[in-house]
Write a protein that binds this ligand. Sequence first.
Ligand code: FAD
Ligand code: SIN
Length: 548
Amino acid sequence: MTRITEQTDVLIVGAGAAGLSLALRLADRANVVLIGKGALTEGSSRYAQGGIAAVLSDTDSVAGHVEDTLAAGDGLCDEQTVHFAVERGQENIRWLINQGVDFTRRKKRRSDDSFTEYHLTREGGHGKRRVIHAADTTGQAIVESLEQKVRLHPKVTLLDYHIAIDLITTEEADGSSTAVGAYVFDRKHNRVEAIAARTVSLATGGASKVYLYTSNPDTSTGDGIAMAWRAGCRVGNMEFVQFHPTCLYHPDAGSFLISEAVRGEGGKLKLPNGQPFMARYDQREEMAPRDIVARAIDSEMKLHGLDHVLLDISHRSPDFILQHFPAIAAQCEAYGYDITSMPIPVVPAAHYLCGGIVTDLKGRTDINALYALGECSYTGFHGANRLASNSLLECLVFAQSAAEDITERLQRPQTKFAPIPHWDESRVTDSDEEVVVAHNWDELRRFMWDFVGIVRTDKRLKRAASRIALLKQEINDYYGNFRVSNDLIELRNLVMVAELIVRSAMQRTESRGLHYSLDHLHKSDTAKPTILTPEKPNKPNKPGKSDK
Ligand code: FAD
Ligand code: SIN
């Protein structure tokens, strides 16, 4: 018998900014189970540096934030979604402040209730200062405040080290599917359990671990996207992977991010001989959107055969630098670089996936009672390139709107929990070749970096596609024969997401936003999102059967 550990109104998979916000917004109205696959809140949100973009100053406007978002998105943003998210920025920042998030204040404080007391920083693509932040550890400030609240809430059950494997769905008479729970691997007890739920929300974050070099933590393996795809949801714009221009270059730094706010506050990109170069690429120089800056760095590195370029903010006073970027300064110091007196070496790394599970403005997916929000979703907000600091905003806004829809859904007359099919382990044994998993992880991430990176060609994409097909076959055979483990679950998802990225990239025969192809340098007159539709959902509860 499959152990059903919980029966709940709301199952939220993922406890980053999106999942935590959703849990808190629903907790007074429903029973919530919130799961994280490692330590509860480990995920990208915790590492966010720059801040959250919102219209908070008297000199800014919704129209200005909308315009900048659309410009960065390069013709592919959904305008309705952009208005929806930007208009809700201010109330969501207020909500965070009410949850106890202590944003950095200006030196001179005003006593009124407006946002004028807060310091707003600048980042690439923003025409105004509109990024509210907690020094350079904004994500940590948010996650810690929200986590403290959910931990105290009597109606929220927290399950850490629980990794969701697959969604459980039932078929309706009209042919549609409804989510009724998820199979979950309890990493502490090494067993698969089921959680039955009236609604399931995926808030599993991004997939940048599919690349060898990334700013993301280990959690970003695209699990929610792969689960939703296997269950029958469409995905959109998967080719648009954002490479952050500036991660610290050091063999031990593990792609530590150097916030765009460093450039926003005057940091200059330079060649090793001290020459700045951004003016040759864009008149906004260091403040151009990320796709342009990352490509410029990539091009200079290739042109001059460099391992890295330099980022220099040492012309600002040490006091200013240490007040605004204390964590970055400390991290650089640990690697032997004094950011207050010298330029630091930087390189681009995979940072953010603009595409994901297709949703509407309420976070609803193609499956009844299944929601997706945060980085795993595709709402149309980011288009072909996300504007800096718009991601946390999206997490908050869609947590708010999904919470409203879930509340309404739960008010309808309730039926009994659907029966949960057994997790079938009758045909699997313990793995005798863990090395296969480790090897395939490494191989996948390396060729994705080499063939599906900042600059693409048809030939490289084809190479990646054929390697993915082989790997996928091998991984699915392995998945079919052996008991699941955390690494195997993640690898199965990563190869799925890699396939979706490459398929989408091959369909885009133009260069737009983050997708830049040497074989298709033009931009088409009409901008169309890439929407992929799965053929037919797999039955998830048979590990002995291969994926399609
Ligand atoms: P995450 O915060 O990544 O959380 C995902 C959660 O899902 C985790 O709890 C994880 O354990 C869980 N999970 C995943 N898979 C499973 C599974 N199978 N089962 C159970 N749980 C699972 N954006 C901004 O707007 N401003 C910034 O300043 C900024 N700075 C950034 C700096 C860095 C270094 C990075 C990496 C990103 C930054 N971003 C920033 C992007 C932004 O942080 C992320 O897009 C956003 O935090 C994603 O939030 P999320 O809640 O969707 O996912
Ligand atoms: C940064 O601080 O540069 C990251 C901001 C973001 O990803 O939006």
